[in-house]
Structures are given as C-alpha cells and as structure tokens.
Design a protein around this ligand. Structure first.
Ligand SMILES: [Zn+2]
Length: 299
C-alpha cells in the first residue's frame, strides 16, 4: 500500500464511488423476509378471506405511515367486488416533479388450481412469493427511503385484485386498471412492477410487453443489475405476461414488469409458502430498485 501515491489512491477512491455502484441506502433482505412472514401469518389475502385481508391492509398502511404522512387507501368497486389500492408518496429532494412508481399486488389467489392434489383446488394459496414478496420489497424500500431521501419523487403503490384472472371470467390486474382510471392525472415518468421476487433461484427474463413498450427503462434496469453484479436477471426474452404494468402501458406510460419466469412449479398451488423465499434474492432485487431510484438525478 505504501508504494501507491496519495493522489492515485484518491483517484481510485473516486472511481470506486462513481455512478451506479453507489447505493445510498442499503436494502435489508432480512427485514423484507419478515414482511413476508407477517403476511403469511395473517392468512390468505384473497377475496375469500376478508379478515386476513383487513389485517394485511392495515399492516401495510401502518408500516408506510411510519415513513411518510402521504399515505392513502383508495377503495373501488369493479365487477361487483370491492378492492383497495394503497398509495404512499415520498417527495423528491432535488426534482420533486419527476416521479418514479414502484408497484406490487398485495392480494393473493383465492384458489390453487394448479395443485397436484385435486382436493386443494379450491384452497387459497398462501401467497408467500405470489403477492407477499412484492409487498415486502416495497415496504423495505419505504424504510430505506427515510434514511436517504430520493432525488426524485417515489410513489409506492400496492394494487388489490390482481390475482383473479381467469376465475369466473375476471381479468388480471383489476386494481391496477381501476388505479389508472381513477388517477388519470398521475403519470409517472418511470414505473416498475415487482411480482414473485423471493425465490431461491429467482430468475427474471425480459418480459415482452415491457421490452416492446418500455425498452429503455428495461435496459436501464438490466445495466444496473450488471453493475451491481446480481444474478437474478436473464438476458433472455421471457413471454407476454398479464400483470399490473399492462393498464399503465395501455395508457402510454413507461412501466416495466419484473417477474420470475418460467413461473416456479409451486405457482398457484398450496405450496407457495415461506420456505420458498430467500433473503438474498430479496436483497438483490431491492438493491437494484434502490439504485434505480437514487440514480434518477444523474439521468
Ligand atoms: Zn398469481
């Protein structure tokens, strides 16, 4: 070490701090994991279980209120069903008019139609990964944002009634569609939906609606993944997936869907349980999201 001149050392220090590699706040995968545990303990967050849905709704709202006073719960009725979207805002420090949305669905599937045990077909999933993991990432992002304010405004949106698709002819992403309808004034510059992001072998390919309509943002996220050296992204194309990003894309907004695909074999079964989740996967996706948020003043 002695042989390195001070000026060179200083130069190296500056380089190591340059650009993407700088994550202002650290995402804690263990904390995110505990948010999944909590949701699973409450029970299914499905229309068949209003009690555990209420508990989870209040858990999300109360957690958010610890970090921002800008939290609203928007009730809506669609297809004869009542749902609630939860929206929290963290105003930007430098450019508050630039907005980035991070979204996830908080409801879970009321049935397990892909279960190998036919007796379980009408049993709701536990939704540890499908539902629980996205919520967990958003709640931990909320905590991180209070340590270091974001340069631009961040909106965390928790969508209800995503996972009723193909049940009684219902579509996917009912809550997100209602959110877009109700809040047409809200046009984030960028948006990211996270869904099923806790698996031990998490692998996220390039979802095709995202690639077709929000390609630049997709590439921005993949390049952050490379800089952070994460192994959760695949350079391969995924498929077209119906999820909460679609209502936004249809409105011409720049939104990307980050989702595990091919879906794990426990998808829409009673085996979507907490033992499938991994803190390291949660840390990786969380740190990519935080880096995206904090670098927005540089782009
Ligand atoms: Zn699902």
């Amino acid at each position: 070490m002695k042989s390195i001149p001070l000026s060179l050392l200083f130069f190296l220090l500056i380089c190591s701090n340059w650009g993407f590699s700088q994550v202002n706040s650290e995402f804690d995968g263990s904390r995110a994991f505990s948010h999944i545990e909590k949701q699973v303990l409450f029970g299914p967050r499905s229309i068949t279980h209003p009690n555990s849905k209420n508990l989870t709704h209040d858990y999300i709202v109360n957690n958010l209120k610890r970090y921002t006073d800008k939290v609203t719960s928007q009730e809506f009725t669609a297809y004869g069903l009542i749902g609630r979207n939860i929206w929290a805002t963290f105003p930007g420090e430098k450019s508050p008019n630039i907005r980035i949305m991070i979204g996830a669905h908080w409801d879970t599937r009321p049935q397990s139609e892909l279960d190998e045990n036919k007796a379980n077909l009408k049993t709701p999933t536990s939704g540890a990964n499908d539902g629980g993991s996205g919520v967990a990432v958003l709640l931990e992002v909320a905590r991180a944002l209070t340590f270091d304010r974001s340069p631009t405004t961040v909106d965390l949106v928790f969508f209800d009634l995503e996972d009723l698709g193909n049940i009684d002819d219902l579509p996917f992403a009912i809550g997100a569609s209602e959110f877009v309808k109700k809040n047409s004034f809200y046009q984030p510059d960028k948006g990211v939906i996270v869904d099923m992001v806790c698996d031990k072998n998490l692998l996220i390919p390039k979802e095709l609606y995202s690639k077709r309509h929000s390609r630049q943002l997709l590439e921005e996220i993949w390049s952050i993944g490379k800089k952070l050296n994460v192994d959760i992204f695949s350079d391969k194309d995924g498929t077209f997936i119906q999820d909460d990003h679609l209502p936004f894309i249809r409105s011409g907004l720049n939104v990307v869907n980050l989702i595990h695909y091919p879906f794990p074999d426990y998808w829409h079964t009673t085996r979507d349980t907490i033992d499938k989740c991994d803190k390291e996967s949660l840390s990786q996706i969380g740190n990519v999201i935080l880096t995206l948020i904090y670098k927005q003043d540089k782009t």
